[in-house]
Design a protein around this ligand. Structure first.
Ligand code: CA
Length: 237
């Protein structure tokens, strides 16, 4: 009986760990429905585990609920704040979207995963996901910085390749883009299901010959991230 109790305790902790991990994962990946389903499934699993001892089951269930609610309050609720759709006052901005990959002579192609991440405390990374190599900026002021070498000085059209799932408010994935710290462009998020990746034209960036620094800065901490596979700079003329 004592051994049975011990193995029940182990199962309990396994369930708790699974529940916490899957819920956290679902929050990070913005898959809220998965989180809810996982939570219910694990509760069901726990009910089956403890069906022989309802009193014990209820006790652990209460604890599990407490644990789940604590995680929700601590991590989830602060993250569903509504992203505001800030006014776009940059004269260089001319945001449009396109389903076809833009190309042009002398284009500079930069992969999202080649950037350097700063201020990405919890909800940001630069690296691989199931979608491929990307920059994923969730935190307020999370920044992906890229060194871009241009052969010629001049005006370039900036295009970004992004992923969205239409699950979040407009503005939740917005970023501010700085070029050589002097120019500012803006990606203003409008929620949609991109069904994979989609290209957006952001506006005009003026590059100098040689090294340039381009930084993408998340506008605020929201329940959604700016997810960028690639960006391109195509000479205007
Ligand atoms: Ca990529």
């Amino acid at each position: 009986m004592k051994n049975l109790f011990k193995s029940t305790i182990s199962l309990f902790w396994l369930s708790i760990t699974l529940m916490a991990t899957t819920i956290l994962w679902s929050i990070i990946e913005n898959k809220l429905i998965n989180g809810v389903i996982d939570f219910i499934l694990i509760l069901v699993m726990m009910v089956i585990n403890w069906k022989a001892n309802f009193k014990l089951m209820l006790k652990w269930l209460m604890f599990a609920l407490f644990f789940g609610v604590t995680i929700t309050i601590a991590f989830f609720i602060p993250r569903i704040e509504i992203g505001s759709n800030k006014a776009n006052n940059s004269e260089n901005n001319s945001q449009t979207e396109t389903n076809i990959e833009p190309t042009g002579t002398g284009e500079i192609v930069v992969e999202g995963e080649t950037g350097v991440l700063t201020n990405g405390s919890t909800w940001s990374y630069i690296g691989e996901s199931a979608r491929g190599g990307e920059a994923y900026l969730g935190d307020d002021k999370a920044t992906a910085t890229y060194e871009v070498t241009a052969k010629n000085a001049g005006k370039y059209n900036l295009y970004v390749k992004l992923s969205d799932d239409a699950m979040h408010m407009d503005g939740a994935r917005s970023v501010t883009i700085t070029v050589n710290t002097t120019q500012t462009l803006k990606y203003t998020h409008v929620s949609e299901d991109t069904q994979g990746w989609k290209w957006y034209k952001i506006g005009t960036a003026t590059l100098k010959a040689g090294k340039n620094t381009i930084a993408f800065v998340k506008d605020e901490s929201t329940g959604a991230a700016y997810v960028m596979d690639t960006f391109k700079l195509i000479p205007e003329n």
